[in-house]
Design a protein around this ligand. Structure first.
Ligand SMILES: [Zn+2]
Length: 374
């Protein structure tokens, strides 16, 4: 299966392929997809169950004429011997081969390598490896010079993933799409270019959602969600940025949004703990603050008291997978009668998106003026 999507920007070369080799009698349990851009390549390995392989780096070996490589092993995964020529200037080739009775080794041969990062995802089980040909900071700076003001709006869930189920059978995926479309219009009114991760009721993987943001060199990534809780009394708006968290309610929200269960967040939390506190985390917190304040203050003036649950940190996979300022907004609880009524009201959703757009504008204007003064 081949697919074509995402990259409209002239500077982005785009290639996606999906390979399920089927030469052996037993069907292969490993499928490999890759998205290739100018200086950055994302490779996704879909496997039959959750795994946590160690990704290792090998320097080039001139004597044996071997380039730099990344590799990892999969145990007890039925995989054919596969060779995929990528040749995008960053990753040369991806191959897999059984090198012991129960072990398959997966190798990425590299042409240009500065750093990589990896993450395992559940449901379906995947290993994601991002390989950078130049440093992320340089890339972001270069791309923002070319496209100054693209914002990615990410309506949560879609297709066979309905997200949270609310009162009167309201599905989160429909609410998030509706708000996101309003938000797109509001941001466009303010002169921004908007890329949506989906515009119809379709399933989009978490890594594809952020690949869109990375490819566009976007200035901000806004993931729009609606909440659910076991108690009908819980209501309100909360805005998340990426970090470890221990609060029970936060972990429940993060697990649901990640498509997993709270117990499985540990690996992600450990990975996040290993990250240096980056500039991006600080800027994401600032974006979250601007967006959240604009939303809650604006809604308060127009619609009365707002249940303000604040800006919080949480281990969200969709936020982990991107290098640009990224936040996840939970616009209300579909399980609370008051919130559910508001979230069914188009006038309220329009007003919500107007204030969100104002918050994003405030954030980006501040950063643009800082950039111009430098
Ligand atoms: Zn959601």
């Amino acid at each position: 299966m081949s697919c074509s999507l995402l990259a409209r920007g002239g500077f982005v070369g785009f290639l996606c392929c999906f390979i399920t080799a089927s030469t052996n009698a037993a069907p292969s349990e490993l499928s490999i997809r890759h998205w290739a851009y100018e200086n950055y390549t994302r490779v996704v390995f879909e496997v039959p169950r959750d795994v946590s392989p160690t990704i290792r780096y090998l320097p080039s070996d001139n004597k044996k004429r071997r380039p730099e490589r990344l590799y990892f092993d999969l145990i007890d995964v039925k995989a054919d011997n596969v060779k995929i020529e990528v040749g995008d200037g960053v990753v040369r080739q991806i191959r897999s081969a059984r090198n012991r009775p129960r072990r398959t080794r997966v190798v990425l041969e590299l042409d240009r390598y500065v750093r990589h990062r990896s993450l395992t995802l559940s449901n379906p089980s995947r290993v994601v490896i991002d390989v950078y040909g130049i440093s992320g900071e340089t890339k972001i700076e270069e791309e923002t010079k070319k496209i100054k003001s693209v914002i990615v709006v990410d309506p949560g869930h879609g297709g066979r993933d309905p997200g949270a189920l609310g009162l009167s059978d309201v599905k989160e995926k429909h609410v998030t799409l509706k708000v996101s479309k309003f938000l797109k219009l509001e941001l466009e009114k303010r002169g921004f270019e908007v890329a949506m991760t989906r515009t119809t009721d379709r399933m989009v993987s978490l890594e594809e959602r952020t690949a869109i943001a990375q490819a566009k060199g976007a200035r901000a990534f806004l993931s729009i969600h609606a909440n659910a809780a076991p108690s009908r009394n819980v209501r309100g708006i909360e805005t998340y940025y990426l970090d470890r968290a221990s609060h029970k309610q936060t972990l429940r929200v993060a697990a649901r949004e990640n498509g997993t269960i709270p117990a499985k967040l540990n690996a992600l939390q450990t990975t996040i703990a290993g990250l240096r506190i980056s500039e991006n985390a600080r800027v994401s917190l600032e974006l979250a603050g601007n967006l959240h304040d604009a939303m809650t203050q604006g809604l308060h003036l127009e619609h009365g008291p707002v249940a303000d649950l604040g800006v919080k940190k949480g281990p969200f996979q969709v936020l982990f997978l991107t290098d640009i300022p990224a936040v996840l907004v939970e616009i209300g609880f579909l399980t609370n009668p008051k919130d559910a009524k508001l979230l069914r009201n188009s006038a309220y959703l329009k007003s919500l998106s107007t204030h969100m757009a104002r918050g994003v504008d405030r954030f980006l204007t501040k950063h643009e003026s800082v950039r111009q003064r430098q």
